[in-house]
Design a protein around this ligand. Structure first.
Ligand code: BEZ
Length: 210
C-alpha cells in the first residue's frame, strides 16, 4: 500500500556507508530526509549526491538528518563515493543505504511502468514524530532541486509550530497566511501586530519569528 502524507514512515534496518542504521533510531527526534537513486555510477545521481553533501550545513541548521538509498552493494557505494568526491568536490557526508530492493519496495520507490528494476527519485521528509510530512517523486531522467527541499522543510517546520500556511513560491522570511481555522478573534491574540485582510479568507501576516 502506498505511503501517504501523515502515515508513519515504515521502520527498517539497513546497511549504509556509515554502518548499520535502524531508521527510527536514526531519526531520534530530528527531522529526516530519505531519498532514493535509480542506480550507482549514474551521472544525475552523482550530481545530486554531491550537491546534497554541500548542503549539509543547511540541513544541520534545520535539525535534519539526510539518508540516501541506492539499490546496489555497499562495496559499490564506497567506490562511487570516491567518484562523487572527485567529480563534485565534496565527499559524501551522510549515510547512503545499500539496499537489495527490500526498502525500495517497502517505500514504493520502484514504479514498474517507469522501470521494473530501478527506483524513481523519491524523497520522503519525515518529522520528529516519524510521520511522513512530504513525498516527492521524479523520473530517473530529471535531477531534483534540493534547494526546493530545504524551502519545503522551512515551510513544514514553520507551519508545524504556528497556525499559518505559506503562499506560492514563499521563501523563509517572507509573509505568510493565517490558516482559515483561526478566527479573527483568535488571530488578534496570536498576531497582535495585525495582518492585511485582502479577503476574509486571505489574511497576510508577517512570518512569526522572522
Ligand atoms: C542518472 O542518474 O544519471 C540516471 C539514472 C537512470 C536513468 C537515467 C539517468
Amino acid at each position: 500500500m502506498a505511503i501517504l502524507i501523515g502515515d508513519t514512515a515504515p521502520d527498517f534496518t539497513a546497511q549504509t556507508t556509515e554502518g548499520e542504521i535502524r531508521f527510527h533510531d536514526y531519526i531520534d527526534g530530528s527531522w529526516a530526509v530519505l531519498f532514493s537513486h535509480p542506480k550507482n555510477y549514474t551521472p544525475v545521481c552523482t550530481t545530486e549526491l554531491g550537491y546534497t553533501a554541500k548542503l549539509k550545513p543547511e540541513f544541520e541548521k534545520r535539525g535534519v538528518k539526510v539518508l540516501g538509498l541506492s539499490v546496489d552493494k555497499i562495496e559499490d557505494h564506497e567506490g562511487w563515493a570516491r567518484d562523487i568526491e572527485e567529480t563534485q568536490g565534496t565527499a559524501l557526508n551522510f549515510p547512503l543505504i545499500a539496499d537489495d530492493g527490500t526498502i525500495a519496495r517497502q517505500y514504493d520507490m520502484i514504479h514498474p511502468n517507469a522501470d521494473n528494476t530501478l527506483t524513481v527519485r523519491s524523497v520522503f521528509v519525515v518529522g520528529p514524530d516519524k510521520k511522513v510530512k512530504l513525498k516527492l517523486e521524479y523520473p530517473a531522467s530529471t535531477g531534483r532541486n534540493f534547494d526546493e527541499i530545504l524551502r519545503v522543510i522551512d515551510s513544514l517546520q514553520l507551519t508545524a509550530s504556528h497556525q499559518v500556511a505559506t503562499p506560492v513560491n514563499w521563501k523563509n522570511g517572507e509573509d505568510v497566511i493565517i490558516v482559515p481555522a483561526v478566527t479573527n478573534e483568535q488571530a488578534k491574540e496570536k498576531f497582535p501586530e495585525g495582518w492585511n485582510e485582502v479577503k476574509p479568507y486571505l489574511r497576510i501576516v508577517k512570518q512569526p519569528g522572522a
